[in-house]
Structures are given as structure tokens and as C-alpha cells.
Write a protein that binds this ligand. Sequence first.
Ligand SMILES: Nc1ncnc2c1ncn2[C@@H]1O[C@H](COP(=O)(O)OP(=O)(O)O)[C@@H](O)[C@H]1O
Ligand SMILES: [Mg+2]
Length: 365
Amino acid sequence: MSLVLENVDKIYGEGSRHPVHAVRTMNLDIADGEIIALLGSSGCGKTSTLRMVAGFETVSHGTINLAGRRIDTLPPARRGVAMAFEGYALYPPLTIAENIGFALRGERRDKAAVEQEVREVADLLEIGPILGRKPNGLSGGQQQRASLARALIRRADLHLLDEPMGQLEPQLRAVLRGRVKARIKERGYTAVLVTHDQGEANAMADRIAVMEAGVLQQFGSPADLRERPANLFVGTFFGEPPMNTLPGRATAQGFEALDEAGAVALRILAPLPPGIEPGRDVVLGLRPHRLHLGTGAFQGEVVSNQWLGDQAHVAIEAAGRMLIGIHPERFGARLGSTVPFGFDPADLHVFDKASGIALAHGAVS
Ligand SMILES: Nc1ncnc2c1ncn2[C@@H]1O[C@H](COP(=O)(O)OP(=O)(O)O)[C@@H](O)[C@H]1O
Ligand SMILES: [Mg+2]
């Protein structure tokens, strides 16, 4: 079902001497059947947002609507929301099977049917063999999958998954990402996934909401975030390895990248995009795979050169800055050697230096 957050704030200890403003004027509009990810570093307000939707935290200001019905004033049990908690929250006296089927048994469903469903979701998450065990003594990864199973088994209007796979080995995580996504999509569920792992957000979410310090930075598809980052924060946070950044200035001929002393280090000839006037202080952003090594108008010193098995990551020092380039093949340059490099000005992202807001994506638009 569609979920709409309108101007939602969370202030812990509001009115106390040390309030914590964890979520600030959050607006999100999530479509029925959509999977979205709340992505951001630790402490940025992801869990607080999720717990307000589930009803385990009060909303300080603003409203939350699910399927057109206001829910932030309702007790958790009446919101139609299933949640997998960051800390698992399993009942210690119950077996894993009983934990997973708990909500279904509460619905007085047929016992054999419940067992069948528990078995099925346990198989999906590779925890079939531990269904008879109790949570104590199980690994974090096993408890986490039991908690995820308990949420996924429910037919709820909304599924909230808080870092549901953080404890798993990378290989298992990669497999389960695909399975969990397929299950959510098959059933037409709407889901909010919380993660600090952009690979997970990319793999599972239709759209990603990037948060930082309690503030929503951008809400868009993975391609939007990559190709049209709304600001310098999203530009450098989203994408691996991170976007290269060069502080500089717009000129009548294009851009000048400046070194740390403020001297001109690179001149980039390109028509200025509309809305950027000569003299504007900017930060230029260039994705590592858009930096071409071994050819181009500029020179840099190779400071590291790593072959990752399918591509090379090469760090070069130029313009008094460190720039990372991705080369599709082994790059045969020794450390300390000087190599040419270049890029197409059309691949530059231009941000306002003072505000960080994106001014243009592609200097030639
Ligand atoms: N119960 C609480 N009381 C006071 N501050 C809290 C509480 N829960 C979270 N916070 C603070 O709110 C901020 C956001 O936390 P959280 O939502 O858990 O972030 P995330 O899930 O993104 O790591 C952090 O600064 C955290 O310390
Ligand atoms: Mg959290």
C-alpha cells in the first residue's frame, strides 16, 4: 500500500536540555508495490524513521499515511505493518519455528497451514535446519534471518526491514537479496528497507532515499543518484569508488580546477552549461570510470595501481589532488611515473561550492 510521510520530525527528549533532532522535515511518497531503501551512514536517522512508521516511536511533528489512512496516531498493532528489527527481537522461550509463525498463529489459522508457510519461508532464507532450536546459542546471522522470516511471512500492508542482512556472509547475502526481493515483488508487497550498504540498496530497491544527519538528501532511482546526484554529498556518497572532486571556478572558456593554494592546476575548455556564469565557485565531480588513463590533455603521477581481477583502480596525483581512475584492463604504469589522463567535459558534474547543490550534470548539456 502507498506510504506517505509529510514533514515528519523526530526529536528525542524534545523540551529537555539535550534534545536530539534525529529526523528533520522528512517527506517521502512511496507507491503501492514499491521497494524503497533508506540509505545512509550510521546515526543518520534511518531506524528512527522506520520506528515512527511502525509506531514504536512517536512522531514529533508531521503525519504518516498508509493506503490513504493516517496511521501515526494509531497503536502499532493497528497499523498493518510487519517489521524486522535491527536487534532481531526474537522471543527466547520459543523455537525459531514458533517465533516465525507467531503472528499467523495469533490469527487462528490452521496449524498445518502455518507450519507449511513457516517451512517455506525458512527454506527461502536457508534456516530450515534450525527451526526446532531456540534463539539462544544461534549465531547473529541465524537470528537475523529468523527475524526477517517472521516479518516476510506476514501479509501486511507494509513491510519494514531494518538492516535485515547485515550479519550475513557476503555470498549468502547476495543470494538472499535476490530471493527476498523476488518474494516481496511476487506478493506485491510495499517495503522499506533500511541499509547502510549501497550494494544492497542498489540490488533490492526501486528507489533509494539517501539520508544524512537526519535530512533526506535525494529520493530517486539508482540511475538518478548515479547520473543526477542532487548535491555534492550524494555525488560523493553514492558510487564505488567515490566520485573524484576538484574545487574550481567557472570561466568564460570553461572551468579551472584549483590546487590547494588556489592556483590554477587544470584548464578545462568547454561551453558553460546554462545557469552557470563565469566567476562562479564550483566543485567539479568526475566518476572514476569516466577518467581515461594513458591518453588525454593532462598529466599526473601514479601513486597506486591495483588490479582487482577484472579492472584496475589507479590513483594519480594531479592538480595537487588525488584522482582515481578505473581502467578496464591492466594499466602498465609504475608507481611514481607520470602518465597522461583526460576526460570528456560532458562527464563532469558541477556543484555550487558554497551550497553543494548540483548545477549541471555534464558541462556540455
Ligand atoms: N531512544 C533514543 N534517544 C535519544 N537519541 C536517540 C534514540 N534513538 C536514536 N537516537 C539518536 O538519533 C540519531 C539517529 O539514530 P538512528 O535513527 O538509530 O540512526 P541509524 O538507524 O541511521 O543509524 C542518532 O544520533 C542516535 O544517537
Ligand atoms: Mg539503525
